[in-house]
Write a protein that binds this ligand. Structure first.
Ligand code: KE4
Length: 430
């Protein structure tokens, strides 16, 4: 289903104003060889494009909308907050409320700082780790994406992988030299770096569940191994839980894995669809952050009352934990249906799922790391994406992203998705 006339006209105007006609590359639909849909509204599990066509939404704004679109509690909280003023540039009660909810869910974040995006959270956490350890180098993993701060744009995932440029131009060599890249799920590749220059490494930053090369789960022992290596070498372990924070439980994947990092980065869900990020950790580290300490980090709209209100309303809905039971049941129902469809069609595709996150790789073998993800047939995914869109199902416009189920999806929506999936799969080869 190509973009409708109104979308196309808007896109023509947008291309005159913004690079690629978008404000974030992956939403330009380039990897799926079509013009993007312009969305007019979201309601529950669905979005409508400006041409009035409704779709079941599995992008969910790339993760924030665990409650679905326009949840009444969130809309009401945002409206009330906005009516009291959209920004003060001063402390407000709601930022205290959101910080208390985050710390209730992440006890390891004894102190935390609100920022405006996941990028700001990870960028600040790395600056802090360098200050705390007095070291400059940082280990990241190929295929992981931690936002677009210079040092992270090295063999990164998400839009860089989608666009085929995993290392961005414009990053000075002086910065690149401090970024070391290991292989996800390969502890030996980390040990090798620490054996070579462990005394220079400030931190290892990792997505505890990788969501930016498609969905790749941590191998058993991988995260615990990172904890042991970093502790042994005096480096900090930073969990980038921007996607996984509050996605799989009322907390982080760190709680399900039983591995506590030194610093945690959050985003997406804690803003309920508005721009919010956060980073935090134990008091002795966070005490270095200005104005308490010398490590500078700031933001005009950090702790913004309207964004805080959206985050508080969202986390209050999640705190009982009931949503996670619903999401697991929906995820399991979807997985069962998709696996049956894959078996019946014999298609060269494999499925990874964890809770309400899933990804169908157009790859012949199960995908357990970056190399496996790179073997995916991105052209095949593009054809599949178009076929699903034609059947009213809106998936991420990239093989290297994750699909999200929201609390507003229903079993009937899941069954309809399975039906569309089965009809959209390429027939058995040969
Ligand atoms: P933001 O700066 O986009 O709020 O967060 C950056 C970020 C940090 N860490 C992880 C694990 C992330 O997934 C992200 C951002 N995720 C992408 C999609 N996978 C955002 C979508 C986009 O860039 O348009």
């Amino acid at each position: 289903m190509a973009a409708g006339n109104i979308s196309r006209r808007l896109f023509a105007r947008a291309r005159e104003l913004m690079p690629g006609g978008v404000n974030s590359p992956v939403r330009a639909f380039r990897a799926v060889n079509q013009e993007p849909l312009f969305i007019a509204r979201g309601e529950g599990a669905r979005v409508a494009d400006v041409d009035g066509r409704w779709f079941l939404d599995y992008v969910c704004s790339w993760g924030p909308l665990i409650l679905g679109h326009a949840h009444p509690a969130v809309v009401e909280a945002v409206a009330a907050a906005a009516a009291a003023g959209t920004s003060y540039g001063a402390p407000c009660e709601r930022e205290v409320e959101l910080a208390e909810l985050v710390r209730q869910a992440f006890p390891g974040m004894a102190r935390l700082r609100m920022v405006n995006s996941g990028t700001e959270a990870t960028m600040s956490a790395i600056r802090l780790a360098r200050a705390f350890t007095g070291r400059d180098r940082v280990v990241k993993f190929e295929g992981c994406y931690h936002g677009h701060a210079d040092g992270f744009l090295v063999r990164a995932g998400s839009g860089l992988l989608t666009g085929g440029v995993p290392t961005s131009p414009g990053v000075p060599a002086a910065v690149l030299q401090h970024t070391l890249v290991a292989r996800y799920n390969d502890l030996d590749s980390v040990r090798t770096l620490f054996e070579a220059c462990g005394e220079e490494i400030a931190a290892v930053i990792v997505e505890p569940v990788a969501g930016n090369m498609g969905l790749v789960l941590p191998a058993p022992g991988f995260l615990a191994g990172l904890r042991e290596i970093t502790r042994r070498h005096g480096a900090l372990l930073v969990f980038d839980e921007v996607i996984t924070g509050f996605r799989l439980c009322f907390g982080g994947y760190q709680h399900l894995a039983g591995v506590e990092p030194d610093l945690t980065c959050l985003g997406k869900i804690i803003g309920g669809g508005l721009p919010v990020g956060a980073y935090g950790g134990r008091e002795e580290i966070m005490a270095l952050v200005a104005p308490e300490g010398p490590v500078y980090q700031a933001g005009t709209l950090s702790g913004n009352p309207v964004a805080m209100a959206a985050g508080v309303a969202t986390l209050r809905q999640l705190a009982s934990g009931e949503v996670y039971q619903t999401l697991e049941a929906l995820g399991a129902r979807l997985e069962q249906g998709l696996r049956q469809a894959l078996a019946e069609r014999g298609s060269p595709a494999t499925l990874n799922r964890l809770g309400s996150m899933f990804c169908c790789f157009f790859a012949p073998e199960p995908v357990a790391d970056y190399a496996g993800a790179l073997r995916a047939d991105t052209a095949g995914y593009a054809r599949f994406f178009a076929a699903m869109l034609e059947r009213g199902v809106y998936l991420p416009p990239s093989q290297f992203e994750v699909c999200f189920i929201s609390g507003r999806h229903t079993p009937a929506d899941i069954d309809a998705t399975v039906e569309a999936f089965a009809a959209s799969l390429p027939a058995r080869q040969g």
